[in-house]
Ligand binder design. Structure first.
Ligand code: UDP
Ligand code: MG
Length: 314
């Protein structure tokens, strides 16, 4: 018997994809003779996602699923899957087959060779609008600068060893960022390129507002550099104001002080704006700290296909 591979698939309102995804993934694993299990994590879906998971789980004992009591987000779903699976290694992939399942076979081979983290890196980004591409490049550029890891074109599609999964699960923070945390753990890693496919069925679960919140949140939770930047801006404006005050004083003493009403108004507005941005940024960090100190559970499981005595949900 080879080593067991757990495939963790977060699914939020993916009723149209569950069956097809399970079949496709299992067929590929069978062909490559990889012993595997699938752990679907329904992230508080409002459609029949969990019923679909139950159905495939009845047909194939290698499929298991849990359901959250409400939507806790993809990060929480990933962690729940890592905590539930019994594998010697874990693959995390999307439910819409945008992450080509064929790549899992290569990832598994690399893992057998001794790599502990196999990062899926996007070769091409599939169909996206120009603005979306620019914004996501900006996001990854900022992340790369702040975290010190090359985050360009990284994704949540990766294979990690059981050891790495244990480390991630033991990290005490409530808000996690799976994509960057595997870099941070520092295990022996390698990259594998893949082409992002089209979503098979259903729609993307991310609105643009949600994406912006996701970007801001992840930057804040992974780095405190923005606070340093605010401090630098403060120092620079202090230096500028020092120079300006000397000039103003000299003019006043020499009796040639100009009216300068416009300058005063503009300076007030600019400095006021900077102060507010600085305060807001500090507020973001305080909010993040507040979320963490509450120590609420990351997710709540309401149903499990392996839950009850008869293998039904609890
Ligand atoms: N997802 C999730 N919880 C959420 C949003 C998304 O578990 O709150 C899952 C979703 O079902 C999918 C994966 O995360 O398996 C990626 O989502 P999606 O395909 O909508 O994102 P995109 O590929 O458009 O970035
Ligand atoms: Mg997708």
């Amino acid at each position: 018997m080879g080593k067991l591979l757990s495939i963790v698939i977060p699914a939020y309102n993916e009723e149209a994809n569950i069956e097809n995804t399970a079949k496709t993934v299992l067929a590929i694993a069978d062909e490559a003779v990889i012993p595997c299990e699938i752990v679907f994590v329904s992230d508080g879906s409002k459609d029949d996602t969990f019923d679909k998971i139950k159905r495939v789980s009845r047909m194939d004992a290698r499929v298991r699923g849990i359901e959250f009591s409400r939507n806790f987000g993809k990060e929480a779903a990933i962690l729940a899957g890592l905590a539930t699976g019994n594998g010697d290694c874990f693959v995390v992939m999307d439910c819409d087959l945008q992450h080509p399942p064929q790549t899992i076979v290569e990832m598994y081979r690399l893992w057998l060779e001794g790599y502990e983290v196999i990062e899926g890196v996007k070769r091409s980004r599939g169909k996206e609008s120009g603005l979306y591409r620019k914004l996501s490049n900006l996001f990854y550029g900022v992340l790369t600068k702040l975290t010190g890891f090359n985050m360009h074109n990284t994704s949540d599609f990766k294979l990690i060893d059981k050891k790495v999964a244990q480390v991630l699960l033991q990290m005490p923070e409530r808000k996690t960022f799976f994509r960057a945390m595997t870099f941070w753990t520092g295990f022996k890693s390698c990259q594998i390129e893949y082409d992002v496919a089209q979503r098979v069925a259903g729609e993307t679960k991310w609105s643009s507002g949600a994406l912006i919140r996701y970007a801001v949140h992840n930057i804040i939770s992974f780095s405190s550099s923005p606070l340093t930047i605010v401090t630098y801006i403060g120092v620079i404006s202090l230096i500028v104001s020092f120079v300006l005050s000397i000039q103003t004083l000299v003019r006043w003493i020499s009796g040639s002080a100009i009216e300068g009403f416009t300058t005063v108004i503009l300076l007030l507005l600019i400095i006021g704006g900077c102060i507010l941005i600085g305060l807001g940024l500090i507020g973001q960090y305080i909010a993040a700290i507040y979320e963490e100190v509450k120590q609420r559970p990351r997710y709540i499981i309401s149903k499990d296909t392996h839950g009850g005595d008869n293998g039904e949900e609890r």
